[in-house]
Structure formats: C-alpha cells, structure tokens
Design a protein around this ligand. Sequence first.
Ligand SMILES: O=C(O)CCC(=O)C(=O)O
Ligand SMILES: [Fe+2]
Length: 305
Amino acid sequence: MHTYDCDPILTDSEVLDFCKKGFIVLDGVMPKEINERVVEECNKAATEKQKNSLNGKHETWHAAQNNRLNELLKEDWFKKDVLCNPTVAGTIRSILGKDFALPQHISNHRSVCPMPIAQDWHWDGGSRYGFEPTVLLCFYLPQGCPPDMGPTEILPSSHFMFSPSSRKGHYGEIKGSYYAVAHPGSWVIMMHSLWHRRSASTGTGIRNNMKLSYWRTTPPKRDWITETDFLRQANYSFDGQLYSRRPTRDARDAAEMFFWMSGLSDKFEWHGGQGWPATHHSDAPEHRDTPLGTPAYLGGYSIKG
Ligand SMILES: O=C(O)CCC(=O)C(=O)O
Ligand SMILES: [Fe+2]
C-alpha cells in the first residue's frame, strides 16, 4: 500500500458542503501539459487494445486499456503530478485524513461520442451504505467535458439514500441532478455510494474519464481548516433539490457525517423534531444559540443518561 500525506486545504464550510452534497468538483486544476500527456497515454492504451483485437487476442475493452494504464501508477511523474497534485491531494487529505492510500487501479471510462443513450443510474460496485467517507470515487477528466460530450450526471446527496443499482437503474431524468460539465484538468471527487451515470452525448469525438479510488487509513479527526464556533452555528441544511427526503432528515444526516469526520461520533445526538441541526432553529433570535435538540457537546442537553 502506498500512502501519502500533505496539509489539508478545505475549510469547515467546504467539508460540510461535501457532507451535504456528497461530492466536490475541482475545476481545471491540473496543468495543461499533464492533461495532454495523460490523454496521449489514454490514446496509446486504446490503440494497443485495437492492435490486440486485430491479432486475434480477445481482451475486453476495459482489460486492454486498463492493463496499460495501470502501469502509469508506478511512474514517478504520474504519482507526483497527477495522483498527488497539490489541490487534489489537499482536498482528499481533508476528507480522508492523514496518510491516505493512493489508488491501486485506474479504469478509463472512454466514450466514443455520440452515445445517444445514457447509462443506467447506479452506484459503483463495492459501495457500502453509510455516511462514512472511507473510500472516495474520483473522476479525472484530462480533457474536461463539455455539455454535449456526455458529462457524468450525479444525484447530489444520494449517498444518504440506500438503493442497490438493480432498483434504480431504470429511473430516467431526475430533477435536480448535477451534470459534471468541466474544463480540461478537472476532478470530480465523490462519496463512493453516490448515484451517478454517464449522460447521453450528441457531440463527436473521444471523452476520457479516468476513475481512481483513494482510501482512508486513519481514524477521522477534524484537522482541516477550522472556523470559529462552526459546529454550533453551521447551516447543516442542503439548499438543493431534496427528492423524497425531508429537509430535517438531510440536515441530520449531514450533521452526523460531519461529526463522524471530526472524530466526534460519540458527541453526536439527535432528538428529532425541528430543532438542531435543522435550519428552523434560527427562526427565533432568542433560541438561536441553543435551540431545542442541541446536543450537550454544543451547550445543549443530553438524553443519553
Ligand atoms: O463515464 C462516466 O461518466 C461514468 C461512468 C461510470 O460511472 C461507470 O462506468 O461506472
Ligand atoms: Fe459508475
């Protein structure tokens, strides 16, 4: 296992935003020359695949491409300039903690566009239900993705919803979904269990999308950039489309996730109703500081006994 460490770069607000939505986009953070070098490697891998099939070796599309691409993981430039790019690694360090493990596998979701039919909604194999970020699913888009090249479609906050892929694949358009339209050199970093799919494309050409997973190896700790009195005053409610869930449920789940990531699971307490951590608590100024439901750790009360 190869691990890496660096300073975390996300703030409390950014970590909580990740908890609420289940993903973060780093738009155009990679240098042009690295993106171009990676695209060249993707093209070589695809050509090798073609050669193999002409020679009668029937490898699957993914196997042929990925065998070659996996070799990149051993190369110093790829480790330094791609996997450990300072913005990417600083973000992952904030979410997965100290000494996170680097990817051991690359799969390139290379689309030859146009692909008029969208993929089925799914979560990727190996997703564990729960809010704890133990593994992150990342997409690195060396060429970015314009709207007509089938950007990955993501359902924000779906990491809180249990549903195996076999039960959700057939859903069509879902209101409030996010299309990861991005500039060259972007990353989409998300909870492994987030619902997603490749959307339909009308453009022409190749779109490379490299999938990489990073792993947590240490217990959670709030060692990213903290803000004053954040846990008590934060807005835990998600501002986007909420599907079939109640806003209070989403705020509760985001708060529990934030507490877990902070290493404060034992301090999290939820008493139900519309008090902390739902936004309703700020309606009356006199109750703003310690609305009903505020856990003892934040100056409220405990019913744990
Ligand atoms: O290429 C994409 O946009 C997503 C692909 C994907 O999610 C998959 O194949 O598992
Ligand atoms: Fe997927």
